[in-house]
Design a protein around this ligand. Structure first.
Ligand SMILES: Cc1cc2nc3c(=O)[nH]c(=O)nc-3n(C[C@H](O)[C@H](O)[C@H](O)COP(=O)(O)OP(=O)(O)OC[C@H]3O[C@@H](n4cnc5c(N)ncnc54)[C@H](O)[C@@H]3O)c2cc1C
Length: 458
């Protein structure tokens, strides 16, 4: 029987929305954030509630139908949509319920960072999420989750209290430190390998609503001094401060000065979310450093800070990804960064350093499945372009850059920053926790039903 014929059977008892290639919504529904992937699923099952997820999981297992799981659709590797199979799409499951008494939130598996932030910030609360509001909480949390708050409150996964998850056998169960603790350990870093999370319960913290936002943009020629200053500055930074170092093309918009439009800049983008006076004092060296062509320090709503990169990463462009962890920003690293970013190949191409440290480093690598807590920085090489003809130029730039800087890397890679062609790096992504993950996988998904991901083979 063809997949199409099998899917007709699903429509008999699936209570969510089913979208087929002949439907008007199909093209929009199959689109991912990363336009490099253009896949044509046989059907898309939009789940409105956990029982829809159970029906879909039982259906794909019993009928041996290939499938993918989609949360926010921002997977760099394009794994959340498949060709010819069924997409189990969680995007309608985006409710966020905040409990003020316990300062916790229950967030459904298809919610985005922006939806979570908005609901929690109504009460001056938040937890660590990513730095772009459109990414999904599902993929983000299961792989790790780093952002402005991670040095203070740990990664997104460190703030998970429990999950409701549909396992390979179609059961909907709870996993926490007390119940199904092995599964709870594995889903915090093991990605989508163990089931479909229908909701996460998160610990929240008092954040904002205003934070102190700082940005400074320097000519590329100054990047060596900027990065030398940056590594010293971050070595002393408090947990309440996060500062990224970016290489990107200056957008051709105000307030960027015209003479820099389209040129590469080295930028420091920081956020302090503690006491504003302390923040100003801590940011003073940044304020005083060098001669940026654009700089500002201002209070900003946390939700705006969380959206400040959104315009730089538009949906539908072509993106490729390469990443490393670093244990320091060495002089050689600075040399290589400077060399490869002199001319960025795509209009939206960027490369950035994200400091780890603080609360992320204080937790043991074995406490959750996320194994890279002892690293100092995450380095992300991210070309973004629109013209298909430029695929080769952008992808080979990233690969060569990545290979050249490898000798300075600390080993391992953040699973959420991997590309589709990095199967040989999967073990490195799960690092010292890989063997334990295999054991948990054998127990909960011995037939490897959930394999459309950076896969842990049972
Ligand atoms: C523009 C952009 C900015 C980013 N910024 C950050 C950042 O600041 N910090 C950071 O840590 N990461 C960041 N990332 C990486 C991000 O964490 C991953 O891309 C993540 O996978 C996105 O989650 P998603 O739900 O949108 O992905 P999707 O593409 O929907 O899903 C990816 C995979 O995750 C699994 N999955 C998703 N939801 C569920 C669920 N509910 N249950 C089970 N499995 C599920 C599935 O295996 C799926 O194939 C960024 C990515 C992009 C594209």
């Amino acid at each position: 029987m063809t997949t199409k014929a099998k899917l007709k059977k699903l429509s008999e008892n699936f209570k969510g929305e089913l979208i087929f290639p002949e439907d008007d919504q199909y093209d929009k529904a199959r689109q991912l954030w990363n336009g490099l992937y253009d896949k044509y699923p046989a059907g898309i099952a939009r789940c409105g509630k956990p029982s829809d997820v159970v029906t879909a999981v039982n259906f794909v297992r019993e009928n041996e139908v290939a499938f993918s799981v989609r949360g926010g659709g921002h997977d760099y590797a394009g794994n959340s949509v498949c060709d010819d199979g069924l997409v189990i799409d969680l995007s309608p499951m985006n409710k966020v319920e905040v409990d003020l008494k316990t300062k916790t939130a229950v967030v459904q598996g298809g919610a985005t960072v922006g939806e979570f932030d908005a609901a929690a910030q109504k009460h001056g609360l938040a937890t660590t999420t990513g730095t772009v509001s459109t990414i999904g909480i599902g993929g983000l949390t299961l792989g790790g989750g780093s952002g402005y708050l991670s040095r203070r409150y740990g990664m997104t996964l460190d703030n998970v209290i429990s999950v409701e998850i549909v396992t390979a056998d179609g059961r909907q169960i709870l996993a926490s430190e007390e119940e199904n603790a092995d599964l709870f350990w594995a889903i915090r870093g093991g990605g989508g390998n163990f089931g479909i999370v229908t909701s996460f319960k998160f610990q929240l913290h008092d954040v904002g609503p205003e934070v102190l936002s700082f940005q400074a943009y320097f000519p590329h020629g100054k990047s060596r001094e900027v990065l030398q200053f940056y590594r010293e500055f971050m070595a002393k930074a408090s947990d309440e401060l996060q500062c990224y170092a970016f290489f990107l093309n200056v957008p051709a918009v105000e307030p960027f000065p015209k003479e820099y439009h389209g040129k590469t800049t080295c930028a420091l983008i920081a956020c302090h979310f503690g006491d504003p006076e302390k923040g100003k004092a801590e940011l003073e060296p940044l304020q005083k450093f060098g001669d940026p062509f654009l700089k500002f320090l201002q209070p900003m709503e946390y939700t705006s800070q969380q959206k400040s990169f959104d315009a730089g990463v538009p949906k539908g462009l072509r993106w490729f990804t390469k990443a490393h962890y670093l244990s320091e920003v060495s002089d050689t690293t600075i040399d290589i960064l400077e060399e490869y970013t002199q001319q960025l190949p795509g209009a939206f191409t960027m490369t950035y350093l994200e400091p780890m440290g603080g609360a992320v480093n204080r937790i043991k690598n074995s406490a959750t499945a996320f194994p890279h807590r002892d690293k100092a920085y995450s380095l992300h090489i991210l070309p973004g372009w629109s013209d298909v003809e430029k695929d080769e130029e952008n992808i080979s730039w990233a690969k060569e850059f990545h290979k050249t800087i490898q000798k300075e890397a600390a080993g391992g890679v953040y699973v959420n920053l991997m590309s589709h062609d990095e199967k040989e790096r999967v073990k490195a992504a799960y690092g010292e926790n890989y063997n334990r993950l295999v054991k948990v996988k054998k127990k909960w998904d011995s037939n490897n039903l959930f394999k459309g991901n950076h896969n842990i083979k049972p």
